[in-house]
Ligand binder design. Structure first.
Ligand SMILES: C[S@@+](CC[C@H](N)C(=O)[O-])C[C@H]1O[C@@H](n2cnc3c(N)ncnc32)[C@H](O)[C@@H]1O
Length: 178
């Protein structure tokens, strides 16, 4: 996971507005914030204990200006506060990844940006191909009745969670609709 944080930190640019749906105690948000001078990472956490540690970690790392914490459910906070407003979204929770994707897409400013999507798939290492991801996005689009114009810019195995259970990072890039 630390490689994943480093990998994404190397992708961000100045002035980016980033939204972390599931920030935990803040490792992703703080790693990103410490890589840029003028970005902001809005960071949501539902668990009070984790949220309190998030506040502590923000203070310890002196990134109060760049990591903005929110206590609550991302699925309630995001539609109220972040539609059409951010450049990059982090979805570091494979459990709710399908439900989060349509909402994450709506937060991208003018339909442009990047979503770092984490998922789990029951596959073997040979099956880790782009088609698996495209099939999954098609099925989410069908279930949630939405469509999006995306490009897969990266697919990376984070780790095996069990035999044939892959934890995968997918980078989705979006351009404004024509
Ligand atoms: C996998 S952890 C975060 C991982 C962390 N970003 C890292 O790199 O280690 C997921 C966090 O999401 C929080 N979470 C789960 N559902 C949530 C929701 N609906 N809204 C906000 N936070 C949520 C959990 O409490 C947990 O702390």
């Amino acid at each position: 996971m630390s490689y994943e944080r480093q990998r994404i930190s190397n992708l961000i640019g100045e002035n980016e507005i980033i939204l972390n749906f599931f920030s935990g105690v803040g490792p992703f948000s703080i790693a990103l914030a410490s890589k840029c001078n003028s970005c902001v990472v809005h960071s949501i956490e539902i668990n009070k204990t984790a949220y309190d540690y998030l506040l502590k970690n923000i203070e310890l790392n002196k990134c109060q200006e760049k990591v903005i914490p929110y206590f609550g459910d991302a699925f309630e906070i995001v539609p109220k506060m972040f539609i059409n407003s951010v450049n990059r979204v982090l979805l570091p929770l494979p459990l709710d990844s399908d439900k989060a994707l349509p909402i994450a897409y709506q937060t991208l400013k003018e339909g442009r940006g990047v979503i770092h999507w984490q998922i789990t798939e029951r596959i073997s290492s040979k099956e880790l191909r782009e088609e698996i991801i495209i099939d999954r996005i098609n099925s989410i689009s069908y279930s949630y009745n939405f469509s999006m114009n995306y490009t897969i810019t990266d697919i990376r195995l984070i780790r095996w969670l069990g035999p044939k259970i892959a934890h995968i990072a997918v980078d989705l890039s979006f351009k404004a609709p024509e």
